[in-house]
Design a protein around this ligand. Structure first.
Ligand code: 5AD
Ligand code: SF4
Length: 485
């Protein structure tokens, strides 16, 4: 587990008899040192290790945030528990669609029961959901057993909150409306030793009319290229071979920096890191996708042959109301240019159906784009009304039954076009990163192709984390069976 060495040193050097440091990251190091002594004492008293569990909902950004939370908990001396029955339980939440909120509240209710039989158990809720005031109110009112609530902008203070929480009773609630800084150099526990996400921007400035993200994650902030490269280099030194650059709209990377560096330039710089074998990025916005980025992807074999290009709708009328700032023709021209210029690229997308005012003729337009682009995979979502977004106040909300019917139509089209898209690769030998033991048959290893498709090959755990040359023997629609050559 990669714990940042400089931070570890700060923790070792922290003087618990002196006042709490004001500056970061010294302040967090001090709280972590303090938490360590408490956890150690509790473990001795209990005659067992103190345990934690982090449950993550939502996107890649949240997954990365959870790695940061786990980094702190492990540094404090907690060991991971196999279930939610843990001494320190964290729900890192998502609020992009309403069903995500409902799932968290359901799980939280059950955690309350666990707590009754688990003396000293602490429960924390963080992430996008609690950036919404109404959810915090609901927790205060109906989930009083929760011990800690903190938001997305102050995650870097988790060591401080966690320490305060284990030392005291009562609910600690700390939510900020905006980020005051980007704090580097905190410990991170990676889920996979061989691959990692790296944040390049936080927040979003686009305000698509259905989307809650700009309200809960705030305005776009880019990390400097130097910080990003340094983090990537450290990860590679620590055994990472694949990096995914993360941001809500990676294409607008750098626009807020004093010394300008475009996303294309950043990609090129990341590719130059020796020892790094594969680079991915998530998520580009079609309106900002430059020819430079296409060129850089084409020219750098290290960059995955996979572009996730959210469409959301194929109807100009709906796109306008969604505030997406592109037309269906512009989108299709871009997608086709990507296909033409980057051989073997796979293109995937997100689609929302049932947006206010949407009718069958709009769904026809969406299906038409699906067929023209021929997505390799598509995530279709039923529109979910998010309070505070412009779309939530649009008068012509679509009834659920209609939304479901439209969803089925789009899904059928997506499945029809995506199925067999991979067929043409059958027989080819391609590079694949071995990621894990196959869940159904442990004599197989599951590996990921550059185009993000999975291939299952006979193998053993020693292969995990290695780049393999794999022959794609048999296509099963969305994945392959293959052999290492
Ligand atoms: N309802 C349904 N889907 C949404 N998404 C974002 N906001 C909503 C919403 N209110 C989808 C978009 C986005 C993906 C991450 O989630 O398709 O690309
Ligand atoms: Fe939401 Fe649009 Fe920003 Fe994506 S680009 S996070 S959909 S507002």
């Amino acid at each position: 587990m990669a714990i940042n060495e400089r931070f570890e040193q700060l923790v070792r050097e922290a003087d618990l008899n002196s006042p709490v440091p004001e500056h970061e990251p010294e302040r967090q190091a001090w709280f972590l040192a303090r938490a360590k002594t408490i956890i150690e004492k509790r473990a001795q008293e209990a005659g067992r290790k103190m345990t934690f569990r982090v449950e993550t909902f939502g996107c890649q950004m949240n997954a990365r945030d959870s790695e940061k939370i786990i980094g702190i908990l492990e540094s404090a001396g907690f060991a991971e528990a196999p279930s939610e029955d843990a001494d320190f339980l964290v729900y890192n939440t998502c609020t992009v669609r309403d069903n995500a909120d409902q799932r968290v509240f359901g799980r939280l209710g059950r955690a309350g029961h666990l707590k009754k039989n688990h003396p000293g158990m602490k429960i924390a809720v963080c992430g996008c959901m609690v950036q919404e005031k109404s959810n915090v109110e609901k927790i205060r009112r109906s989930y009083r057993f929760v011990d800690l609530v903190f938001g997305t902008h102050n995650l870097y203070r988790f060591a401080e909150y966690m320490c305060t929480c284990i030392e005291s009773d009562g609910m600690v609630v700390e939510i900020w409306d905006r980020a005051d800084r980007i704090v580097e150099a905190l410990p991170v526990a990676r889920k996979y030793p061989f691959k990692s996400g790296v944040n390049i921007t936080f927040g979003c400035n686009n305000f698509c009319s259905y989307c809650i993200v700009p309200y809960v994650r705030g305005r776009e902030r880019s990390r400097t290229p130097e910080e990003i490269i340094l983090e990537c280099e450290r990860l590679v030194n620590d055994g990472v071979v694949e990096i995914m650059l993360l941001g809500q709209n990676v294409n607008s990377y750098g626009k807020d920096l004093e010394t300008s560096c475009s996303f294309a330039e950043l990609l090129e710089r990341v590719c130059k890191i020796e020892g790094l074998k594969r680079v991915r990025f998530m998520t580009p916005h079609p309106k900002d996708f430059s020819d430079d980025v296409i060129r850089v992807v084409r020219e750098n074999e290290k960059i995955a042959r996979h572009i996730h290009l959210p469409l959301q709708s194929g109807s100009d009328r709906i796109l306008k109301r969604m505030n997406r700032r592109y037309t269906r023709d512009q989108y299709m021209a871009l997608a086709l240019k990507i296909r033409e210029q980057i051989p073997d690229v796979s293109i995937t997308t997100d689609i929302i159906v049932g947006f206010p005012g949407e009718e069958d003729c709009d769904i026809d337009d969406t299906i038409d784009v699906v067929r023209t682009v021929g997505y390799d995979n598509a995530f279709t979502f039923i529109y979910s009304k998010r309070a505070g977004t412009p779309a939530a106040n649009m008068p012509d909300q679509v009834p659920d039954s209609e939304k479901n019917r439209m969803f089925d139509r789009v899904l059928a089209a997506v499945q029809e076009t995506a199925h067999g898209r991979a067929e043409h690769l059958t027989g080819r030998v391609m590079e694949a990163l071995a990621e894990e033991i196959n869940v159904k048959d442990s004599s197989y290893i599951t590996a990921r192709l550059s185009n993000n498709m999975l291939v299952h090959v006979p193998g053993d755990p020693s292969m995990i984390g290695k780049m393999l040359q794999v022959r794609l023997d048999e296509c099963r629609g969305f994945y392959f069976f293959g052999t290492v050559v």
